[in-house]
Design a protein around this ligand. Structure first.
Ligand SMILES: C[S@@+](CC[C@H](N)C(=O)[O-])C[C@H]1O[C@@H](n2cnc3c(N)ncnc32)[C@H](O)[C@@H]1O
Length: 219
């Protein structure tokens, strides 16, 4: 796994990061601590350029209510929360107490903890417990890839018209175009990408940012 943008040389990736708003010491420390505590999972965090992009996007669209599916140690949630206004809220969904306990510490340190509500449990159940009302301005999908289509079907009705849905890893490290790869995770992403093309409720683009970041607008 990598936290670089798919298909870019390390030099070009470094150049992009160096010419975007710098990553601060809170996020740098979070990356280092995650790598130290969970070396087998450190690649699960979104990349630095994706982090800046999500903060910017949150501000550009004026989001006040965000839902995140897949929080891990908190990198992406911290970036979204930083883009929210003071009274903005982010609902973070994850299944792991252990991983999100790190997130909680970094949300405190970054001064965004009061904007974030964490719900532990299978995210599909947590989403289905929410009223089917168009409440969210922005949704971020970054959990188990086999579940992406099901998450999508729960998210779309809960995002307001004009709201955005972002989904990470939609290139699956290039494996989406490797027809010999039939792993459930890769197939889950292919099914998701195809579902969006067929879904006339949204306009979307698959951006080659990080490991593929799909940006969809509910029309
Ligand atoms: C790729 S990581 C998320 C990375 C995070 N967005 C970041 O930038 O640091 C995927 C997360 O999804 C969570 N997850 C996996 N299956 C889940 C499920 N069924 N319900 C809720 N969370 C789940 C995992 O615990 C893990 O923290």
């Amino acid at each position: 796994m990598t936290r670089s943008s798919e298909g870019l040389s390390p030099q070009l990736h470094a150049y992009i990061v160096d010419h975007s708003t710098p990553v601060d010491s809170v996020l740098t420390d979070l990356v280092e601590e995650t790598a130290r505590l969970f070396p087998d999972h450190k690649g699960m965090q979104i990349g630095p350029e994706q982090g800046v992009f999500t903060t910017l996007l949150t501000r550009i669209c004026g989001a006040r209510e965000i839902v995140e599916v897949g929080t891990f140690t908190g990198y992406s949630s911290l970036c979204f929360a930083r883009g929210l206004p003071d009274d903005g809220r982010l609902l973070a969904l994850d299944i792991s107490e252990e991983w999100t306990s790190v997130a909680r510490r970094y949300w405190e340190r970054a001064g965004v903890a009061d904007k974030i509500t964490l719900r532990i449990g299978p995210a599909l159940e947590s989403l289905r417990e929410l009223p089917e009302e168009p409440r969210f301005d922005l949704a971020f999908l970054d959990a188990d890839k086999e579940g992406y289509v099901d998450y999508w079907e729960e998210l779309v009705p809960r995002v307001r018209p004009g709201g955005l849905i972002l989904a990470d890893n939609t290139l699956s490290h290039g494996r989406v175009v490797d027809t010999t790869n039939t792993s459930p995770a890769v197939q889950g992403i292919r099914d998701f990408n195809r579902r969006l093309v067929e879904d006339d409720r949204v306009t979307q683009v698959l951006l080659p940012l990080g490991d593929g970041l799909t940006l969809a607008r509910k029309d």
